[in-house]
Design a binder for this molecule. Sequence first.
Ligand code: ATP
Ligand code: MG
Length: 136
Amino acid sequence: MNRTLIIVKPDGVARGLVGEVLHRMERRGLRLVEAELRTLDAATAARHYAEHEGRPYYDGLVSFITSGPVLVAVVEGPEDTWRMVRTMMGPTNPVDAPPGTIRGDLATVMAQNVIHGSDSAESAVREIGIFFPHLA
Ligand code: ATP
Ligand code: MG
């Protein structure tokens, strides 16, 4: 699977970072397959974050991701695209994210860490199916 799903989260859209994030992907050599600004409903957010259900931060996570428009996009690369994007994102907690990564350059707190990227080839297939079923 050489495609992966990214979401520029509500904080990233509100701060005007959509162009910055897409610019990094495109400069790297990844191709934009789909991109759309959407406000997620609770059911879609719950489906997307199903693995986190029951965690103490789950309610906050769902209310945050549905709090405003997000940019959902599919990017494509030659090989292990999900892993390349994860490397470009940096660790979940921006405190641990090195400079040069999206979170290391653009975020300070875990709850508002600018970007989501699929965390495995299987997740990429599942998540692309949620947001862009015609590509599945
Ligand atoms: P994402 O799925 O958003 O790309 P991630 O894969 O790096 O992030 P996950 O472990 O999937 O991290 O967590 C999903 C999101 O839930 C994180 O981006 C973060 O905002 C939030 N989160 C995860 N763990 C915690 C935690 N311990 N406390 C608070 N928020 C958390
Ligand atoms: Mg994740």
